[in-house]
Design a binder for this molecule. Structure first.
Ligand SMILES: [Zn+2]
Length: 620
């Protein structure tokens, strides 16, 4: 194997060898020999996290910020609530916010102590995925300490969950964290603890996945007890089956598929999204995808495809965000436009973006349809890349605000759900940028980055350089230890009309380049070959919904341009479409309002404290 021995690669190779021999001793025999089989090998697969390097840019910045935040969060604080309930010495400060044991009151609208320890598994997962990216020894050691520490608090009956408000919710996240600690950091205890926890948690779960309506029909004195998310359990249970080979995980996953009230109607094209909790029901699409991959269930694939299409067509804002007040509305009633006047809680951003990335990645892997990449990119640039970083005390960005006049704000409670999904998502940027097929590589996101792979004894790579989306040019350089035939697939966004241009080594590709496809470039690639993509990025308008034709967002390429103003400005349609670029580095544009004043139009990722309008008003 040819390994280019820069210092980082060398260190990573050394670490990989060390952990591999460590893992060979530590992982039980069943895990090494009897892995759970899957029914479907998807046409596209993800690269390993470590195959992709993000270079300087906003995605790398978010990954680094999240990794540093959780690497430096005190172990004792993270483990405190579990130790307290177990009656063990529990040193360290309280985490605060949602994470603590007590304080919650729906009557007082106080979410302090809402779900004790809820996000521990997600922080563990984020660290494990980060370790998969960067091989940091300090990160691996922290993962091992946290898994061991958590395991010490877990009794055979998981008494932590006795009287607990949302057992499925927190179990699902613990499950994910332990699976990732095993998968990516080869943690020697994680799957043993996972099994002990899973066998115990059953006593606290209902017999099947329950919709919120079903939960309300089994009334509890505390309303918050009717918010559990049993319908998101199968994804991680299927993954636990795949990684352990233990069939009880697969059987339990099947038991918690929300078929009667969700997947069956969705698979038949019946839009049952309205009034459901938004993020958790998008997250549930990933359980349907694992039912397809693991069991071969076409019906669940259809449910996920249909559900996602309904999400995009009937529940989504121009930003790609969805679910004002965390709920889906009734299509055709103008619910999205109405929400601009009634709420500032327009999109649950880190959680929503995490769920959106997962389902679009699954659907891309199965269908190779570039529109899922378009949708992922829309959410990336207009929502999560504009989220403020999690602060040391757990203060977090939660909702994006699309109200007529909106503002970015911090969420009122520390360590909410969105502090759990943010580090997971930022690590997942690596596996979302490129995908692999048997005949080549798919370039899905345009961002400064490198990907490397081995094939037939050769070593290959791509290096992307671009200022996209603030520039319309993307350069991709090929590295190859020897020339090789493969296909380089490049996503051509659906909005890229007319005439996107692809060139190889300076010569324009003669075949027409179709928007809303992956353009396939098959040839004998040589070291130093260059691909250039130039995307047309015309300005365009999108209405919020058909009932509110005068509320429009201005878009350029993948970017929504937000009007920076203290009240919602009004425009003549043509004047808005004749906005002019003002600053190439920040993506600012200038547009002239109906009363002749000039308004800055700015991408979400470059907005800080200033007031803005996501949708502006068109003059009648
Ligand atoms: Zn959240």
């Amino acid at each position: 194997m040819v390994i280019r021995l820069n210092r980082r690669t060398f260190l990573k190779a050394a670490t990989a060898t060390a952990t591999a021999s460590y893992a060979a001793r530590a992982i039980p025999a069943w895990a090494a020999t009897d892995k759970g089989s899957v029914a479907v090998r998807t046409p596209l697969t993800t690269f390993a996290y470590s195959d992709v390097t993000l270079l300087d840019g906003p995605m790398k910045k978010q990954f680094d910020e999240n990794h540093n935040r959780f690497l430096n969060l005190d172990d004792d604080r993270l483990l405190k609530v579990f130790r307290q309930v177990a009656g063990l010495p529990a040193p360290g400060e309280d985490m605060g916010g949602w994470y603590d044991l007590t304080g919650f009151s729906l009557e007082r609208n106080d979410f302090h102590g809402f779900i004790a320890g809820h996000s521990f598994g997600q922080y563990l997962s984020g660290l494990a995925r980060a370790y998969a990216v960067n091989g940091s020894e300090a990160t691996r050691a922290k993962i091992n300490r946290l898994v061991k520490g958590y395991g010490e608090t877990l009794d055979p009956k998981a008494k932590f969950f006795a009287g607990y408000r949302l057992p499925a919710y927190t179990y699902d996240k613990l499950s994910c964290g332990l699976i990732d600690a095993h998968e990516f950091a080869q943690d020697p205890l994680a799957m043993e603890i996972h099994e002990k926890l899973t066998r115990a948690i059953v006593a606290y779960l209902p017999e099947k996945a329950l919709s919120r309506q079903e939960q309300r029909s089994r009334p509890h004195k505390d309303t918050a007890f009717t918010w559990d998310e049993t319908y998101t359990l199968p994804e991680n249970l299927f993954l636990a089956y795949q990684r352990s080979g233990k069939t009880f995980y697969r059987d339990m996953a099947k038991q918690y598929l929300e078929d009667d009230t969700y997947f069956n109607p969705l698979s038949q094209g019946n839009n049952v999204l309205p009034f459901e909790h938004a993020y958790s029901h998008v997250n549930a699409f990933s359980s349907a995808m694992q039912a397809y991959i693991t069991l071969g269930s076409e019906q669940h694939l259809q449910a996920a495809k249909n559900g996602f299409e309904m999400l995009v067509k009937t529940q989504s804002f121009a930003t790609g965000g969805w679910g004002p007040n965390e709920a889906f509305g009734e299509p055709g009633t103008g619910q999205l436009g109405d929400s601009l006047a009634s709420t500032h809680a327009s999109f649950e951003t880190p959680c929503g973006a995490y769920g959106h990335f997962k389902i679009t990645r699954y659907l891309l892997r199965v269908t190779k349809d570039s529109r899922y990449g378009d949708s992922m990119e829309r959410v990336l640039y207009n929502t999560i890349l504009g989220a403020w970083p999690i602060q040391a005390d757990g203060t977090s960005f939660y909702y994006s605000d699309y109200a007529a006049t909106g503002k970015k704000v911090w969420y009122g409670q520390k360590w909410p759900c969105c502090s759990g999904t943010f580090p997971q998502l930022a690590a997942d940027y690596h596996i979302s940028t490129y995908l692999r097929s048997p005949d080549g590589v798919y370039v899905n996101l345009f961002t400064p980055s490198r990907v490397q792979w081995s094939d037939g004894g050769g070593r290959y790579g791509l290096k992307q350089e671009t200022k996209y989306p603030f520039d319309n040019q993307i350069q991709i350089q090929v590295s190859a230890s020897q020339p090789k035939d493969f296909t380089l697939y490049v996503r051509i966004p659906g909005w890229a009309t007319p005439d996107p241009v692809l060139s190889i080594n300076g010569a324009r590709v003669s075949d027409p380049v179709q928007p809303a496809t992956f353009a396939g470039l098959r040839r004998n690639w040589k070291d130093g070959d260059r691909v250039e993509l130039e995307l047309p990025m015309p300005l365009r308008l999108e209405t919020v919904d058909e009932n509110h034709p005068r509320f429009v967002a201005l878009l350029q390429g993948p970017l929504v341009l937000f009007a920076i103003a203290d009240s919602q400005p009004s425009f003549d349609r043509n004047a808005l479409l004749q906005a002019k670029p003002a600053n190439n580095d920040t993506g600012d544009w200038l547009a002239t309002t109906a009363d002749g004043s000039s308004v800055t139009m700015r991408p979400f990722m470059n907005i800080d404290k200033e007031s803005y309008s996501t949708y502006v008003l068109l003059k009648a």
